[in-house]
Design a protein around this ligand. Structure first.
Ligand SMILES: *Cc1c(COP(=O)(O)O)cnc(C)c1O
Length: 325
């Protein structure tokens, strides 16, 4: 029910296909919401792979929590007292920790390119559906860890004739600020209604800089970025619903805002904005904002009825003992 599912599944199948060691692999993943569910279902019952998911306590939606805590067997969910960035830094630290060297650790976050390379498909698929292929067009991508937009940029390098990328963010505006000021200042993440993008230090942004030879001037030729708050996001949800009869989720709504902002200056350019999740994953926000009831798809209903299991921790040492158990 989110775009990450395709990438996670591709990665899980590639891992078992390509890994020729007889040792089990442990996949570590930090999630601000959606990644966990995608990875849990993508890796569920994959032989030779254990999955450990870290998520920030109280900061994922009810359905998201169900999606990441109900896959037993080889998938373990750890609830962290803290933010997404705390989860992500525990994961980063674990990779450098020699106490884990026996575990054969790998990452299923988008720091692992196997997660987002298959997402290039989306950009070509969207292009295929453009009615007028002679007109300039850009993509507006709702961005958190900037993996999806990386896939877009690599698609362009592979020949997709897109002009530019609009990185649309919520209040976590590290990248838009960088484009404005030239100074890159990662910040602690702020909680928003588009929580899968609550990232203060996007792990793929250094890759984007490298793709543009670490030159801000080169980057700016093909890349713009805007930030929007929750009120604007709610207004966008309403506009999409009332004007176009389309129920977006809050992340897609942020991308729509980026598309509209871009069109203010370039009205002759077509903008494709990416919708990244089914609105039922953000049920409370969408139903409250639009004053409607959303039909929950059967895939989600089946998860809601399953028993969840999780373990609560607060420090890196807790995490370590739980992992080395
Ligand atoms: C993860 C996610 C995003 C952001 O994608 P990144 O690759 O991290 O930039 C946007 N929308 C939804 C619904 C997501 O789950």
């Amino acid at each position: 029910m989110a775009f990450k599912d395709v990438g996670a599944r591709f990665m899980s199948r590639s891992l078992t296909y390509l890994d020729d060691s007889s040792k089990d692999i442990t996949v570590l993943v930090a999630t601000s919401g959606d990644t966990g569910g995608a990875v849990a279902s993508g890796f569920w019952k994959v032989p030779g792979v254990k999955v450990v998911i870290l998520f920030p306590s109280g900061k994922v939606s009810e359905i998201q929590e169900k999606q990441l805590t109900t896959f037993d067997e080889n998938v373990k969910a750890i609830e962290v007292e803290g933010t997404f960035d705390d989860c992500q830094s525990m994961v980063r630290k674990a990779f450098l920790d020699s106490d884990f060297s026996s575990l054969n650790l790998t990452s299923a976050n988008s720091i692992n390119v196997a997660r987002w390379l298959p997402q290039m498909f989306y950009y070509f698929f969207a292009y295929k559906q453009l009615k007028n292929k002679d007109k300039d067009f850009v993509f507006s991508v709702p961005s958190g860890n900037f993996g999806n937009i990386c896939a877009g940029i690599v698609s362009k390098r592979l020949g997709l004739p897109v002009q530019k990328f609009v990185a649309s963010t919520n209040l976590n505006d590290t990248v838009p600020n960088y484009l404005d000021t030239g100074i890159y200042t990662p910040k602690p993440s702020k909680a928003t209604i588009s929580n899968a993008m609550d990232v203060g230090n996007p792990s793929n942004f250094p890759r984007i800089q490298r793709l543009f030879q670490d030159s801000l001037a080169l980057l700016k030729k093909e890349f713009v970025s805007y930030s929007f708050d929750d009120n604007q996001t709610r207004e966008a949800l309403k506009t999409l619903f009332h004007k176009y009869d389309y129920i977006a989720d809050p992340h897609g709504a942020v991308a729509y805002l980026g598309a509209e902002r871009f069109r203010e200056k370039s009205p002759d350019t077509d903008v494709i904005f990416l919708e990244t999740a089914h609105p039922s994953k953000f049920l409370n926000v969408v139903e409250d904002t639009l004053n409607i009831k959303i039909k929950i798809p059967s895939q989600i209903l089946s998860v809601l009825n399953r028993a969840s299991s999780k373990q609560k921790i607060s420090t890196y040492d807790d995490f370590k003992s739980s992992l080395l158990l």
